[in-house]
Design a protein around this ligand. Structure first.
Ligand SMILES: Cc1cc2nc3c(=O)[nH]c(=O)nc-3n(C[C@H](O)[C@H](O)[C@H](O)COP(=O)(O)O)c2cc1C
Length: 181
């Protein structure tokens, strides 16, 4: 995995805390990691965590002085892989429909690298026909969807919708990067 450039999109679900472990382990394995936080993600986890883990501040706004061409262009151009974890129902919908309605969805449209998404949501959301349609569309578009798993959910229920664990996300990333090396 070493020296690969991975862009990690984090959306607004409680599982965002697990993605900090994924980012840390990617950095430890030698990857260059850029983190993009959605507005929703900021409700669950702070930018300082990822600034420290990555050694650079996460990107939150489409208009950011560090990226004269726009982070959606510059991050996409240098990414070997894009991970979205957790992928909320909102992010899945925006990406499936090609809506460039925030930085993460606009970045997705610019990425030519492999894209991995790890959905996380309540069981009723995951079972909803609209969500299933969006996931099937993303699969048809070439996105690698991993999970969700069954287990304890933050809504105090057990069921399908839990984000897969960091080990599974890292194994998926590793296998894709090895094939594309
Ligand atoms: C406590 C709490 C937990 C939430 N967890 C999830 C979740 O796991 N998955 C999801 O799709 N939405 C979840 N939501 C709803 C999203 O945060 C909401 O749809 C938000 O608009 C998503 O924004 P984003 O996709 O831009 O991050 C949760 C909301 C709250 C208040």
């Amino acid at each position: 995995m070493s020296s690969a450039r991975v862009v990690v999109g984090i959306a607004g679900g409680i599982a965002a805390f697990k993605t900090a472990a994924v980012v840390s382990r990617l950095v430890q394995s030698g990857c260059e990691v850029d983190v993009v936080l959605t507005r929703g993600a900021l409700q669950f986890i702070g930018p300082a965590t990822f600034a420290a883990l990555c050694g650079r501040a996460p990107v939150i706004d489409l208009f950011d002085a560090r990226f004269p061409l726009g982070p959606h262009i510059e991050l996409a151009d240098r990414a070997d892989l894009m991970l979205v974890a957790p992928a909320t129902a909102r992010v899945l919908a925006s990406c499936a429909l090609g809506l460039a309605d925030d930085l993460l969805a606009t970045l997705y449209l610019n990425c030519h690298c492999p894209v991995v998404m790890a959905p996380a949501m309540s069981s009723p959301m995951w079972e909803k026909a609209a969500v299933r349609r969006n996931v099937e569309q993303l699969r048809a578009d070439g996105v690698r969807i991993i999970g969700p798993a069954s287990g304890w959910l933050s809504c105090r229920k057990t069921g399908e919708g839990r984000m897969v664990e960091p080990d599974e996300i890292l194994a998926t990333i590793n296998s894709i990067l090895q094939v594309n090396a």
